[in-house]
Design a protein around this ligand. Structure first.
Ligand code: HEM
Length: 207
């Protein structure tokens, strides 16, 4: 379902909240994108974040190249051509519920799992001195460890490593430079999942 009549629909086979927002914001297509396009868009969006974070293009390319399958032919095909953003579900990066579980297998937001974010958060002071709920790196690590623990019996060892390329990178891109360090605003993460929207402070710089 589109977030509003103007935002494009996003395939339920795209389980990445960040890529879903990029599609919804009209920055990436819902289906097939070239690796160059994915890398350019992500690095450009990252630059609009607090402190103009610099994401290494090579690392993004490497993730995207393996996203639809890790057999050598598939990787070569992805690396040469494109990544299929509407076919990430069940690919090698899909942790099949071993992550936060905020998006179910149909990419619907599970409210209880979204609300659970706050259990790991604490009060943070923004740069302008306002207080809000937020998650810093150590709180994100705590959450990822708990997510991994919760998935005992249905997780792969690699899932815990994959998590390090998700929440901490989101912190790098969408984090706010608060008075006591960088944190993800719980409100902004909720908006990312629920409305598939990037923070206005970032979008306004893309125009
Ligand atoms: C700056 C770039 C990116 C950020 C910040 C980001 C962030 C995230 C986050 C926070 C999650 C959620 C994990 C959870 O719910 O526990 C996630 C999941 C996922 N991401 Fe991304 N992502 C990025 C780029 C990519 C790229 C380039 C791909 C592949 C083309 C990708 C594929 C996925 C997939 C398949 C999942 C689902 C994993 C699961 O089962 O939990 N992401 N990402």
């Amino acid at each position: 379902m589109p977030t509003n009549s103007k935002s494009p629909a996003v395939s339920s086979n795209n389980p990445c909240p960040f890529l879903r927002a990029l599609v919804s914001e009209g920055l990436l297509p819902d289906d097939v994108a070239s690796l160059g396009q994915v890398t350019d868009v992500i690095t450009r969006v990252a630059k609009t974040g607090d402190g103009q974070p610099n994401l290494p293009g090579a690392a993004i390319r490497a993730i995207a190249a393996g996203a639809n399958g890790l057999n050598p032919l598939q990787v070569v095909r992805n690396a040469k051509d494109s990544v299929q953003l509407n076919a990430l579900r069940n690919g090698p990066l899909d942790k099949k519920g071993a992550g936060s579980g905020i998006l179910d297998t149909e990419a619907n937001v599970v409210k209880a799992k979204l609300d659970r974010l706050d259990e790991f958060a604490s009060e943070k002071l923004s740069a302008s001195g306002e207080s809000e709920r937020g998650l810093d790196l150590s709180e994100l690590v705590h959450m990822m460890n708990e997510n991994f623990k919760r998935a005992a019996g249905r997780r792969r060892v690699i899932d815990r490593f994959l998590m390090d390329g998700e929440w901490p990178i989101l912190l790098k891109v969408m984090g706010k430079s608060g008075k006591n360090g960088r944190y993800l605003s719980v409100d902004e993460v909720r908006q990312l999942f629920l409305k598939r929207k990037l923070p206005e402070r970032m979008v306004s710089q893309l125009a």
